[in-house]
Design a protein around this ligand. Structure first.
Ligand SMILES: NC(=O)c1ccc[n+]([C@@H]2O[C@H](COP(=O)([O-])OP(=O)(O)OC[C@H]3O[C@@H](n4cnc5c(N)ncnc54)[C@H](OP(=O)(O)O)[C@@H]3O)[C@@H](O)[C@H]2O)c1
Length: 261
């Protein structure tokens, strides 16, 4: 029997892209779902499709994860439901692109709130239950942006470096508990991400969300699950380059690739 059969997973950012794909992949393995994002209509559409296709239970919670009050409300809603949460996929996130000083300050705060603060808060809310039951997984979506500083996407790169470091540290804490932590690092992926960040943020050939999620599911299925995984062969290679190049060269190359085009 699949390890996820009959479990319940929370997927944030499930209204599009990688999150919607995660929801479908987990449902295919008979995992019940709680789908979270701001666009409730999109979540409901996906819930109806997934329930029809896979016969699992799907609940929808609309929440703006840039607001601490909404993150807390989501955590309280999950606790009040009494259903143990076995899998948390912290996927909601977005990027700003452009010179740091030109960016809207409130928008950058939201970026840190969604990409970092909500990830920490939801993990803190749900992980203790998983550990006490001796099973579960936290999957945090980092990025290949985590492996080097990114001029013109300074905040986004830093948020993803945080997610990678945070998740790998949890992996170290959780060994032997029966609970997994995995940081998934996609490179450019064909989603609505670039509608938000702008096309200039896109570097390299894009993968599909299905390819990215398959990478994560394969990693979770491994008996010795790794702390993090990069999706795609080219992305795996490029994510190692910063280890080989002098820091200045890495930053200059990244600036050329990501700078205003
Ligand atoms: N696409 C890429 O090239 C790429 C590469 C590496 C990593 N990633 C990461 O992958 C994750 C998923 O992104 P994606 O590519 O699938 O992009 P996407 O299609 O734009 O999806 C982003 C999701 O995040 C949700 N979200 C954004 N702000 C939110 C907020 N304030 N509150 C609640 N939910 C919010 C969106 O839902 P609502 O708008 O409905 O709230 C949407 O469901 C992100 O963490 C992103 O950083 C993407």
């Amino acid at each position: 029997m699949d390890q996820w059969n009959g479990s319940t997973a929370v997927v944030t950012g499930a209204s599009s892209g990688i999150g919607a794909e995660f929801a479908a992949a987990l449902a295919q393995r008979q995992c019940n779902l709680v789908l979270v994002a701001r666009r409730e209509d999109r979540l409901r559409e996906l819930a109806t499709r997934i329930e029809g296709e896979y016969g699992v239970q799907v609940r929808v919670v609309s929440a703006d994860l840039s607001l601490r009050s909404e993150v807390d409300r989501l955590a309280q809603t999950l606790a009040a439901s009494g259903t143990p949460i076995d899998v948390l996929v912290n996927n909601a996130g977005f990027a700003t692109h452009g010179g740091f000083s030109d960016q809207d300050a409130a928008r950058m705060n939201d970026e840190v709130a969604v990409n970092v603060a909500a990830v920490v808060a939801l993990t803190r809310a749900l992980l203790p239950g998983m550990v006490s039951r001796g099973r579960g997984a936290v999957v945090n979506i980092a990025s290949t942006a985590a492996f080097q500083p990114i001029p013109f996407m300074a905040v986004y790169g830093a948020t993803k470096a945080f997610v990678l470091s945070f998740t790998e540290a949890l992996w170290g804490e959780l060994e032997g508990t029966g609970v997994d932590a995995l940081a998934l690092c996609p490179g450019a992926t064909d989603t609505e991400f670039f509608d938000v960040a702008g096309e200039a943020a896109s570097v390299g050939k894009r993968q599909t969300p299905a390819q990215v999620v398959a990478t994560a599911m394969r990693a979770l299925d491994q008996r010795r699950q790794p702390p993090s995984v990069v999706s795609g062969c080219a992305n795996r290679w490029s994510s190692r380059l910063p280890l080989l190049l002098p820091r200045r060269a890495t930053i200059r190359v990244t600036r050329k690739l990501v700078g205003a085009k």
